[in-house]
Every structure is written in C-alpha cells, then in structure tokens.
Write a protein that binds this ligand. Structure first.
Ligand code: SAH
Length: 355
C-alpha cells in the first residue's frame, strides 16, 4: 500500500499514470486531495466507482490525528498528533501580526542530544515522512480553522538529519499543486549538519535557513551540542558563507541565552566578531527551562546587553517573543510529558489485571 501523502506531486502523477490514470484524472485526484481536502477516494465525485476501487486498493491517505490540543492564554495552540503507526509528534500554532505560523516536527524524537533541549532526551524514534510533515500543517489548519501563513521546521527533530524526506516535504508544501505555500514563508532550522547545509545551498531555493548556534567557542559549543564535535564552528561558518554566496539569502542565527553559560559580555563580543560582515541576523532566545538542565540566574537579564552589543556592531538582532510557556509549548516538552504519562499509566497498570 502506497501512502499517497508521501508522494511528491511528480511522484503522485507517475504512480497514477502507472495505475492507468490519464494525466487529467491524476490532476483531478491531486486537486481533491490538496485543494478540496477530500481524503476518501469514494467521495471524489468525478471519479467512477471502479476507479475509486483501484485507488483504494493501491493507496492509503492517512493524515495525522489531533490527540491533544492545548491552548495558551496568549493564543498559542499546541497539538499532539498521532501518526498512523501510533507515534506522537507535536506542532504549535502561533499568532503574529502577519498571521498564523506553525512550527512542525521533522522526526519523532531526535538524536542530536543537545543538553538544553527536551526533544533529544529519549533519542530518535524514527524519521517523519514528507506526508507526515505536510500532514501536521493540513491537520492543524483543519482542526483550528485557521489559515496558516508561515511554516517553521523547528519542532522536534533535526530536519537535516532527515534530509531527503525534508526536501520532498518542501516540494509538497511549496508546489502550487500541493499546499502552495511560498518558499519565503518557510524556515528550516538546523543544529549544523554541515554536508546538508552545502546540499541545501545547492538546492538553491528561497526557503529561509536558520542555524542554532548558541555558543562561539568549540569547547563550549561541544559541551552543550554534541554535533559540534563532528562539525566544529569554523566548518559550520564556512558552510554558512557558501550558502549565503550561493543563494544570496540572509541566514538567521539562533542564540539561546543560558544564564552563566553563554550570556557574558565576552560572549556577545565574540558573537559579533564571528558574524561580522555576514548577511545574517541574530535571533536571541530566552532559554526555556527543561527538566534535568539546570542553570542559575535570570534568563532575561543579559538580553539587553546582547542586543546592544550586536546592534553596535551593525548586526541585525531580534529577540524572540516567548509564547506558550504555560502549556509546555517549548521544544519537545509536550511529547515528552505525554510519553511520561503513558509510561506511568503502564507502570501503574501492571499487575492490576484488566476488566
Ligand atoms: N534541530 C533543529 C530544529 C529543532 S530545535 C535545530 O537544532 O535547529 C529548534 C530551536 O529551539 C533550536 O534553535 C534549538 O536550539 C532551540 N531550543 C531547543 N531547546 C530549547 C530550550 N530549552 N530553550 C530555548 N531554545 C531551545
């Protein structure tokens, strides 16, 4: 059985052609799925019963199901979505002045194991397929009734550790016959998988690239982001420069301020030095506290200083608005707290018998 939503538009046309459907029929079927949001072949009124049966025998169409919805006071809505195999992923809708933005996951779990991030604590379960990534956008849009204007691939997982599925997701999301979202309205964030940054540069799209930097010294960065041992800062920056040259697009560097760790005046000056003259901007993120990752101090105290120092060095800087703090909206926390609950339930359930 082929999952229809995992096929790019071109692949879907080919598969339908192989199944004996002429081009115009294939276009009609794609139109039902991606424009009219009809997911049962039997409900496609210009498809004969006989053809619908052929399609049912060949393809499944399975969207992620909303298993849990949490609404924050600030309007941020978090969804825990159940995939066809029972795996759970999370995505978040956020309201901005320009409209609603969705943050989607690219993997169930993550193997990057950054010390400050909840997503990697239980390792990687599996990669998400292209259709499971677009599926989060479709399901969240349908469930909320909101029109989604922007997409950030910044949820659970490392998209560049799932590169080919991620690229097929982009094809589906941006194709006019797919979701038709403008490339410039999509942002992908990576912890710095260098070979994939080169590949993505050569892919040469208008999709925005964001790099999770968080430290300016190799030893320090490796201590919180193990990926840095494989791809140190100098190589990462070389890849970033290549990307900028190739695409002429501005890179956004994410820098989560961790009190007492990477938020000193020297850190800010080093960051300014590192990025000097680059087509980029810095997004300062107040770090979200997660279980098992402790630090002292007030997360917001040094934000202003960072902002000023970078600004004085002519580096564009923004400070990320904190949204959804009251609903575990940050960084893999809902999926984890759900997994904990399931674990607890299973443990408590043991030996009690079933009725
Ligand atoms: N793997 C990708 C995308 C997912 S993480 C990446 O690393 O970029 C999305 C962003 O959230 C990254 O910038 C990540 O470093 C940041 N992040 C993770 N945990 C965080 C926390 N506890 N507080 C603030 N930002 C966090």
């Amino acid at each position: 059985m082929i999952e229809f939503l995992d096929l790019t538009i071109e692949q879907a046309k080919e598969a339908l052609n192989d199944a004996g459907f002429p081009r115009y029929k294939a276009n009609q079927i794609l139109d039902w799925v991606y424009k009219k949001e009809v997911y049962q072949f039997e409900d496609m009124t210009n498809i004969s019963k006989k053809d619908a049966q052929i399609l049912v025998d060949l393809f499944s169409i399975r969207l992620p199901k909303v298993a849990l919805e949490q609404k924050s006071k600030d309007g941020t809505t978090k969804y825990l979505m159940e995939l066809a195999d029972g795996n759970m992923v999370e995505c978040v809708l956020m309201d901005y002045s320009y409209g609603t933005s969705i943050c989607i996951s690219s993997q169930a779990g993550c193997r990057m194991n950054c010390s400050f991030c909840a997503s990697g604590k239980d390792g990687l379960e599996r990669n998400l397929t292209p259709g499971e990534m677009t599926g989060q956008i479709i399901s969240a849009g349908r469930y909320s009734g909101r029109k989604i204007a922007r997409v950030v691939v910044m949820g659970t997982g490392e998209p560049f550790d799932n590169y080919s599925n991620f690229i097929n997701f982009l094809e589906l999301a941006t194709s006019p016959e797919g979701l038709g979202i403008g490339q410039r309205r999509i942002t992908v964030s990576t912890c710095g998988i260098v070979p994939a940054i080169y590949e993505f540069a050569d892919y040469d799209s208008q999709v925005n690239l964001s790099i999770s930097l968080h430290e300016t010294l190799d030893e320090e960065r490796s201590s919180i982001m193990p990926v840095n041992r494989k791809y140190p800062i100098s190589e990462l920056m070389k890849a970033c420069r290549y990307y900028i040259k190739k695409t002429n697009r501005r890179i956004s560097f994410e820098y989560a301020l961790i009190p007492g760790k990477n938020d000193s005046r020297e850190d800010a000056l080093r960051l300014a030095q590192l990025l000097k003259g680059m087509l980029c901007y810095v997004n300062i993120i107040p770090v979200n506290r997660i279980d098992g990752f402790d630090y002292r101090g007030n997360p917001t105290e040094n934000t202003r200083m960072f902002y000023d120092i970078l600004g004085n060095h002519d580096i564009h800087v923004t400070v990320r608005r904190e949204l959804g703090n009251d609903i575990d909206a940050a960084c893999g926390q809902l999926r984890r707290s759900h997994a904990d609950k399931v674990r607890n339930r299973n443990q408590h359930g043991k030996g009690q018998g079933t009725k």
